[in-house]
Design a protein around this ligand. Structure first.
Ligand SMILES: Cc1cc2nc3c(=O)[nH]c(=O)nc-3n(C[C@H](O)[C@H](O)[C@H](O)COP(=O)(O)OP(=O)(O)OC[C@H]3O[C@@H](n4cnc5c(N)ncnc54)[C@H](O)[C@@H]3O)c2cc1C
Length: 551
């Protein structure tokens, strides 16, 4: 009690609840995409009910806060002057890593033979980022590294058991002495991140070289996140061209490999995660896959990290929306709950539609990874991952900003968590292929993988029949694609249309009428450019109801 007044009209804390069971669109999307695979879906539901409680526990929220308040510290030297290149983390970071690895978020599809493992894992990743998104970086990179490692079976045979282990082991010792290992990625250099062919890091063979062979690498990497990982997939030039290498923190003889951390980046968000600048000097590594085919090898990793950019963005959007809807249910102004004011309802419903689209797209794309042996699904995954990476990640910052505003001044204050979510939001659009690069990648997929566009259009068409607005938009998309002149200039227009159409098609087929009709009216019907400018016909109450976090 305050001495001067009674505190009223502040909302109860929304923490310590089941992030899965309280999220109706997610529950439905997971069940749907599992059922589409024709198998018993119960295992995934049981897993996610369990994990949703753990990821959303009060303790997880607290770890998230602590890991971002007490940022990682870089130590170049020990107290005796020896170079050590170590980064130390708050115990909360380790607790989060331990929890996420215990639940296999870093390896599920490679470890879990049940049908639907990718859908379940994407849902887990979506839940994980809601309390702490920074540690998702090493979790994702470790998950994504395995398909690239398999380009070199002898190296994969050595490392796979470590990546498939679920006991987190943060000790800075050689990987063969550890219970598990994590993997990072070192592609970006000062002169270019998107244009990795401009990499200048050199790799010299030690004894002949070639696939699986030993090399000495010399050069730098301008961004290298999770520098305490046990090894890094690295791009470097040989005489033949850009090649991929696995560079561990320790050499085979147990001595420290020469990976010098120059400094940690001071970043807008993602602050619990150490992102560093590193230098290699005669640093030991082994070639993965064919020489001069480095992009071909590492692209397998990038394909999977992009999948996580979708679930990562969707997850933080969900957390922001849940806080906004919760706030508006409990806070009153001008004599009634915020939620009951027409204009607030319009904003909340619009934000809810954004999430409905993001979740439906995320789960559908994840299902395509489960069916990677199916040619159609593989072609669909190729193009839809890029579309989802572009569209969902682009929507996140604005969406989270509007959710923040729903909380008024409290939303701008760190304790509300919204500032952290907002600072986190842009990074998924920047890394793993920034917006323009992704749009150009969609055009590349269309040109080089002729099955990809038909697979996308077939999926969209499943929902267009009888809906003039969808038919019209699809015809407009096809007309845009047919005009080859200036297509690069129009790439954002095209990929945005693809993203919206894919979401609309999914929601028309699978969403309740209020959501499907609302999404069409709001995204295809000429609403304004900001959230909350939808046609009056939309059933806001029904849409918000689904977004309301209730256990
Ligand atoms: C927090 C954080 C962590 C990161 N961690 C890692 C990591 O662990 N490992 C790693 O390798 N990298 C990492 N990165 C680097 C990241 O992947 C790159 O920043 C990203 O790929 C962009 O590269 P760049 O910064 O060199 O920008 P540039 O390549 O210079 O691009 C700048 C802008 O130009 C646009 N652009 C580029 N080419 C074209 C074109 N042809 N047409 C039109 N527009 C174009 C891009 O879309 C972008 O908007 C990290 C980045 C961040 C922010």
């Amino acid at each position: 009690m305050s001495d001067t007044h009674t505190v009223i009209n502040q909302v109860p804390l929304l923490e310590g609840y089941n992030l899965f069971t309280s999220d109706q669109p997610l529950v439905e999307a997971v069940a749907r995409e599992q059922a589409e695979q024709g198998e018993n879906t119960e295992w995934a539901r049981d897993l996610l009910v369990d994990y949703g409680g753990v990821a959303g526990s009060q303790e997880s929220y607290e770890w998230g806060r602590l890991a971002n308040t007490h940022e990682p510290q870089f130590m170049s030297h020990d107290r005796f002057g020896n170079r050590i290149d170590e980064v130390t983390f708050h115990p909360a970071w380790h607790a989060l890593m331990r929890q996420s690895m215990r639940y296999s978020v870093h390896n599920r599809p490679w470890n879990d033979t049940r049908v639907g493992a990718n859908v379940a894992r994407s849902a887990q990743h979506y839940l994980l980022v809601q309390t702490e998104a920074g540690h998702a970086c090493p979790i994702t990179m470790t998950f994504a590294a395995l398909p690239a490692l398999r380009h070199q079976p002898d190296v994969a045979a050595e490392w796979e058991p470590r990546l498939l282990a679920n006991e987190y082991d943060p000790r800075f010792i050689p990987a063969d002495q550890k219970t598990s290992a994590t993997i990072g990625m070192a592609m970006t250099e000062k002169q270019g991140g998107s244009d990795v062919r401009a990499n200048t890091t050199r790799a010299e063979p030690i004894a002949g070289g070639g696939p699986g062979g030993e090399y000495r690498l010399t050069g730098h990497k301008w961004f290298c996140s999770a520098p305490m990982s046990d090894a890094f997939l690295t791009l470097a030039q040989t005489d033949a061209g850009l090649s991929c290498f696995l560079v561990p923190r320790f050499r085979p003889d147990g001595s420290r490999n020469d990976i010098r951390i120059q400094r940690l980046k001071s970043k807008l968000g993602n602050r619990s995660n150490a992102s560093s600048e590193i230098e290699y000097q005669d640093t030991w590594g082994r070639m993965l896959g064919e020489e001069a085919r480095g992009i071909n090898t590492i692209i397998e990793m990038v394909h999977h990290t992009r999948l996580d950019c979708i679930s990562g963005s969707a997850g933080i959007m969900r957390q922001a929306l849940a806080q906004a809807v919760h706030h508006a249910r409990h806070r009153s102004a001008f004599g009634k709950r915020l939620r009951d004011h027409d204009l607030m309802a319009s904003v909340l419903a619009d934000l809810s539609l954004e999430l409905e689209g993001a979740v439906a797209l995320m789960a559908r794309v994840a299902r395509a990874y489960d069916a990677a042996d199916d040619e159609h699904e593989r072609a669909f995954a190729r193009i839809a991952t890029a579309i989802g990476k572009f569209w969902v990640c682009k929507r996140a910052p604005h969406m989270i900003y509007e959710a923040m505003e729903c909380l008024g001044g409290n939303g701008y204050v760190e304790e509300s968590m919204l500032p952290r979510l907002y600072r986190e939001a842009p990074v998924n659009a920047i890394w793993e292929g920034s917006g323009n690069v992704i749009c150009l990648d969609v055009l590349r997929a269309i040109a080089r993988e002729p099955e990809s566009l038909p697979a996308l259009l077939a999926e969209i068409r499943l929902g267009t029949s009888g809906h003039a607005d969808l038919e019209r938009e699809l015809a407009e998309l096809q007309s845009q694609l047919a005009q080859r002149d200036g297509i690069e200039r129009r790439a954002r227009t095209i990929v945005e249309k693809m993203g919206v159409l894919l979401q609309a098609s999914l929601l028309v087929r699978h969403g309740p009428a209020a959501v499907a009709d609302g999404f069409r009216a709001a995204r295809l019907g000429g609403s304004g450019r900001i959230y909350g400018t939808m046609p009056a016909s939309i059933d806001c109450d029904a849409i918000i109801e689904r977004a309301t976090p209730t256990n």
